[in-house]
Design a protein around this ligand. Sequence first.
Ligand code: ATP
Length: 260
Amino acid sequence: MSTPILSVENLSISFGGLTVIDDVSFIAPEGGRVALIGPNGAGKTTIFNLLSGVYRQDKGHIRLGGALIDDAPSRARIGLGMARSFQNIRLMPHLSVVENVMLGQHSRADRPGGMWAPLKLFGRSPARDEAEALLADMGLGTWPGQEVATLPYGIRKKIELVRALAARPRLLLLDEPAAGLNGTETAELMAFLDRIAGTGVTLLVVEHDMSLVRSLCDTAVVLNFGRKIYDGPTAEVQKDPQVLEAYLGPRHAGEDAHVA
Ligand SMILES: Nc1ncnc2c1ncn2[C@@H]1O[C@H](COP(=O)(O)OP(=O)(O)OP(=O)(O)O)[C@@H](O)[C@H]1O
């Protein structure tokens, strides 16, 4: 088997004596689509914060493409191929679409125009050409010069993802990508994520909506109180007794209930 793009090995972290992540291990295979799910407070965001270097684990290791990144700062992790998109949009609203995408190129060692090239937001530059080409490739070539604040929410979500792609990630961490979207926008975003996954980028997705999880992801890792309780196909997750118990309580385990 080839080296997984992400390998999480026996990860633990405590805050003020409370163990929030407890000996969690899982992998994301190159090109895979893995969901990270669990009830509120299970530790999903904490795992993302550990992966992206916001927190340092007390125990365990994280490997990206086989390389240990335990001590790599957040910015270095982006340079090594990890990108993260947040629940709330973090674009610069008063910059244009293409300028926002150019900001995403910043952490790359092979920046268009050269590593030390200043960020040139005005006039033509290799960076601008590349950002425009990426937007066009992803079907968003219509508004490169338009101020982001003037665009609909669903489009801004997609632009944020293109900005993450500008860093040329191998692994994309997505935190509730469909939060705040209506049904139509969600369907469009799912198709967009499919397109991103089709380029070979591995997806690790925190998402509450199980129908989205099933349509987007092949496998799921389920956390409860900081421990891993399931790691397997998304098609089977809603039948797993431990998962049902985590979401619904012991009384309901064994029922064919809706995990959401
Ligand atoms: N910096 C911190 N200091 C103290 N406790 C923390 C910190 N970060 C997270 N926690 C605690 O860790 C636990 C897991 O939180 P986390 O946000 O990772 O869960 P989650 O699965 O993402 O939840 P949700 O689905 O509600 O977003 C919670 O009890 C939370 O209060």
